[in-house]
Design a protein around this ligand. Structure first.
Ligand code: UD1
Length: 418
C-alpha cells in the first residue's frame, strides 16, 4: 500500500502549470458517447477517476487511447447500454453517463453510484428530470432500469430545487439530441458546466446560457466529435496555493484561471497572502504569519467551494486566531478533522460547523486520507508541519491529483511516494 512521506517546513518556490480539471473531464468523457468520429481531449488529467471513466466507455464498446495528457475517444462502436455494478461503484460520476447512454441507446441499466463518502449524495434530481423527459425508470435492489418511452427523449422544462452540478450535467447530456427544447431553471453555474457546454457546442449542440442559472437547449439530430482543451482544475490550483501559504515562499501558477478562483483568492488575501494575477496566471507570495479569515460558508459557485473547504481548513490550523467553517453542501465533510488534529491542530466540530483555533505550529504525524480533498488537506498540513509525516490511503488523493508528490516536489517541497 503506497504512502506519501512529507518532510515539512520547507519554503516553496517556482513555477508550475495547473493540471486539467477532473470535474470537467468526467462529464466531457461521458459526452463523447453522443458524437460520431474521433474526439481529442487535450489537458485531460491522468487520474484514477478519468481512468475509470475510460473503463466505463470501453465496457460500452467505445475506444479510448491516451497520448500523454491527450485522451482520444472514438464512440462509433458503442454497442452496450449497461454499466456494471463494480464500475458504477468506483466513481460517483458514473451516474452522469446515464443521460448520454439514454440519448444514444434509448435504454440503460445502471446502479446507484459510489464515490467518496462525504454525504448521502442522492440522485433524485437526476431521475425526476429524466422521468419528465419521457424516460421510464424502475429501481430494484440498487439497480436502475431505464427506457425511453417514445422514439426519442423529449425536451422538457425542468426546475431544479437545488443547483446540482451532476443533475445539470446529466440533463444537458440527455437534452442535446432530444426532440425539441429543454430549459433548465436553477441550473448549477460551476465553471465546469460552462466547459461541458462549450465542448458540446463545438460538437454542434445548441446550448444557450451554459454557466448561468437558466440553460436553454435546442435538440439537434447528431453531434460530431471535435478536438477540445479541458479547463484548468480550480481545486488543484487551490491546493497548490494553500500548500504554498502553509509553507511560505512564492509561486507562479500558469493556466490557473483566476476568475474561477475568486472566492478562494479573497480568503487567501484576507489571511495575508500577497496575490497578483496576470491573465490566466497567478503569482502568490507568503512572507508573514497568516491570520484567521472571516467565517467561511461553503456554497454553490460563485460561493466558497465545498471541495476547497478541507484544504483551506488545513491552512487555517496555523493561522493566528479562530477560523470558522460552515459546510452547507455535504453533511459528512469533516472527516479530515480527526486526522488534522493528529498534527497538533485544534479543531472541534459540532454538526455542520468546525471551529479551528490557530496554533503556532503543526508537528509531523502519521495520518490516513479519508477522501479525496480531505487527503489533499493532509498534504497541506504535512508541508507546514515540523518534521516527517506519513500519509496513507493515497488512493483517495490519486482520484483527483496527477502525481501530487511531483507537483509539490517541483516547487521545492519534500514529498515522496514510497
Ligand atoms: C460535484 C463535484 C464535486 C463537488 C460538488 C459540489 C464532480 C465530479 N463532482 O458533485 O466535486 O463537491 O459538485 O460542488 O463534478 N443532491 C440531491 N439530489 C440530487 C443531486 C444532488 O439532493 O439528485 C444534493 C447532494 O446531496 C449535495 C448537493 O445536492 O448535498 C450538491 O450535489 P451536486 O451539486 O449534485 O454534486 P455532485 O455533482 O455530486
Amino acid at each position: 500500500m503506497k504512502k506519501l512521506v512529507v518532510n515539512g517546513g520547507r519554503k516553496l518556490c517556482g513555477e508550475c502549470v495547473v493540471q486539467g480539471a477532473k470535474n470537467s473531464s468526467l462529464p466531457i468523457i461521458g459526452a463523447t458517447m453522443l458524437t460520431n468520429g474521433e474526439n481529442i481531449l487535450h489537458k485531460c488529467p491522468i487520474l484514477e477517476d478519468t481512468i475509470t471513466a475510460c473503463e466505463i466507455l470501453t465496457s460500452l464498446g467505445c475506444k479510448t487511447t491516451w497520448q500523454d495528457d491527450s485522451l482520444i475517444i472514438d464512440s462509433d462502436g458503442l454497442c452496450n447500454a449497461q454499466i456494471s455494478k463494480c464500475l458504477m461503484n468506483k466513481i460517483r460520476s458514473s451516474i452522469i453517463f446515464l443521460g448520454a447512454i439514454l440519448a444514444r441507446c434509448k435504454e440503460a441499466t445502471v446502479y446507484f453510484p459510489g464515490g467518496c463518502d462525504i454525504g448521502s449524495r442522492p440522485i433524485d434530481l437526476h431521475l425526476s428530470a429524466f422521468r419528465k423527459m419521457g424516460v421510464n425508470i424502475t429501481e430494484c435492489g440498487g439497480k436502475l432500469q431505464c427506457k425511453v418511452m417514445g422514439s426519442k427523449i423529449y425536451g422538457a422544462e425542468i426546475f431544479l430545487s437545488f443547483p446540482s452540478v451532476g443533475a445539470t450535467e446529466n440533463i444537458l447530456l440527455a437534452a442535446v439530441t432530444a426532440e425539441g427544447e429543454t430549459i433548465i431553471h436553477n441550473a448549477a453555474v460551476e465553471p465546469e458546466i460552462e466547459d461541458l457546454c462549450n465542448y458540446l457546442n463545438k460538437c454542434g449542440a445548441k446550448i444557450f446560457g451554459g454557466g448561468t442559472q437558466v440553460i436553454k437547449i435546442e435538440g439537434v439530430e447528431s453531434l460530431t466529435a471535435c478536438e477540445y482543451s479541458i479547463m484548468p482544475d480550480r481545486i488543484v490550483a487551490t491546493t497548490l496555493l494553500c500548500g504554498l501559504a502553509a509553507s511560505g515562499g512564492e509561486i507562479f501558477l500558469r493556466d490557473a484561471n483566476p476568475k474561477d478562483l475568486s472566492a478562494v483568492i479573497t480568503v487567501l488575501e484576507e489571511m495575508g497572502c500577497n496575490i497578483r494575477t496576470y491573465g490566466d496566471n497567478i503569482f502568490c507570495q507568503v512572507k508573514k504569519q497568516l491570520l484567521a479569515p472571516p467565517p467561511i460558508r461553503t456554497m454553490p459557485h460563485p460561493g466558497f467551494p465545498t471541495d476547497a473547504q478541507p484544504i483551506m481548513m488545513a491552512l487555517c490550523c496555523i493561522a493566528r486566531g479562530t477560523s470558522i467553517f460552515v459546510e452547507t453542501i455535504f453533511e459528512n465533510r469533516f472527516r479530515h478533522v480527526f486526522e488534522l488534529n493528529k498534527f497538533g491542530a485544534s479543531i472541534r466540530v459540532e454538526d455542520r460547523v468546525a471551529v479551528v483555533e490557530g496554533v503556532a505550529k503543526l508537528n509531523g504525524a502519521c495520518v490516513s486520507a479519508t477522501d479525496l480533498r480531505g487527503g489533499a488537506a493532509l498534504v497541506v498540513a504535512a508541508l507546514s508541519a515540523d518534521g516527517k509525516s506519513e500519509i496513507s490511503e493515497v488512493r483517495y488523493i490519486d482520484r483527483g491529483y496527477a502525481k501530487i508528490e511531483e507537483q509539490f516536489s517541483k516547487l521545492g517541497g519534500s514529498v515522496l511516494r514510497v
